[in-house]
Design a protein around this ligand. Structure first.
Ligand code: ADP
Ligand code: MG
Length: 304
């Protein structure tokens, strides 16, 4: 069980959507393809699932080649497209039986459909029309449809976009469960998503891979710098903060007695800020460490 992507380039007209992308994925990995909108995530997934051909390069999935054996690849892959088109007038169970038919599942179709309904938590919704379901349940139908033929590889394009926090957690658990026995690759533009679900992260920006590492190393991919948002009870001189606190590279006044402080260390300086304020008869009304966001990681990775 594997995915091998070799030097994939995709050009749309004059635009390069993917530029010499290469990686391999082994069994048991849940890989997050992380990148901002327009990075090339969906394009890459469409190439792996044989929906569009690359301009150059090659892909093998479970030993099958995208040019030579596209049908074998389709059999081995379950794919949830970004804007998953569902038949809103169909009932959930009816739809899944229909999809099983498309995949040529002939033996025990009913049993397979019931298994998938249970696995994806659709038991209570199975007799409803897809059009009546909430976004989270529609997404489950999408995942059920991708799993019906028990593929070895599951490709999910932004599976959690637009879900509320409860739905998000449930879909995450479902993806993790499925990931125990399959290769899962999912795309997202949200870093926390990767941290919550994936064992490995491939970061893509403007069609190029800028990082490929274990998720646990994601934080250390970043430069050692942090930002803090601090609100005092009165306006202060920014130069004073810079002078008296260690490791500060920049202080920006945001108005209303609040400041954004950037440091060149990973050490948390909130305690120092607090002590300094007390020593100077200032009150700290708010102090918050800004979580590193994707934009910052891209900036760090591409400006190294
Ligand atoms: P992502 O999924 O990361 O948001 P996409 O793969 O959808 O990115 O798109 C990558 C780039 O390729 C974008 O700039 C997009 O506008 C462009 N693109 C995608 N599909 C097409 C297409 N069919 N024709 C022309 N340009 C496209
Ligand atoms: Mg996309």
């Amino acid at each position: 069980m594997s995915i091998n992507v070799e030097n994939i380039t995709k050009v749309y007209g004059t635009q390069k959507a993917l530029d010499q992308v290469s990686f391999s994925i082994k069994e048991g990995e849940i890989v997050g393809l992380l990148g901002p909108n327009g990075a090339g995530k969906s394009t890459l997934m469409k190439i792996i699932t044989c929906f569009i051909p690359p301009t150059s390069g090659n892909v093998n999935v479970c030993g099958y080649n995208i040019f030579d054996n596209p049908l074998d690849i389709r059999k081995n892959i379950g794919y949830l497209p970004e804007h998953n088109p569902l038949y809103l007038e169909m009932y959930v169970r009816e739809f899944l039986i229909f999809v099983a038919g498309i995949y040529g599942i002939k033996n025990n179709t009913k049993q397979r459909v019931e298994e998938i309904i249970e696995l994806t938590g659709l038991t209570k919704e199975a007799n409803k029309k897809i059009g009546q379901l909430s976004k989270g349940y529609r997404q489950r139908v999408g995942i059920a449809q991708a799993l019906i033929h028990d593929p070895k590889v599951l490709i999910l394009d932004e599976p959690t976009t637009g879900l509320d926090p409860n739905q998000l957690e449930e879909i995450r658990q479902l993806i993790k469960k499925v990931g125990e026995t399959k290769i899962v690759m999912l795309s997202t533009h949200i870093m926390q998503e990767v941290e919550a679900i994936c064992s490995r992260v491939i970061i893509i920006n403007s069609g190029k891979i800028v990082a490929d590492d274990k998720t646990e190393n994601l934080q250390s991919l970043q430069n050692n710098s942090n930002q803090y948002f601090v609100e005092f009870n009165k306006e202060i001189n920014t130069a004073l903060i810079k002078q008296h606190l260690k490791d500060i590279t920049n202080v920006i006044y945001n108005g209303k007695n609040s400041y954004t402080i950037t440091t060149k260390t990973n050490n948390d300086i909130r305690e120092n800020i607090f002590k300094w304020a007390v020593d100077n008869n200032l009150m700290v009304l708010t102090i918050r460490k800004n979580e590193n966001n994707l934009e910052k990681i891209f900036h760090d990775l591409t400006s190294k």
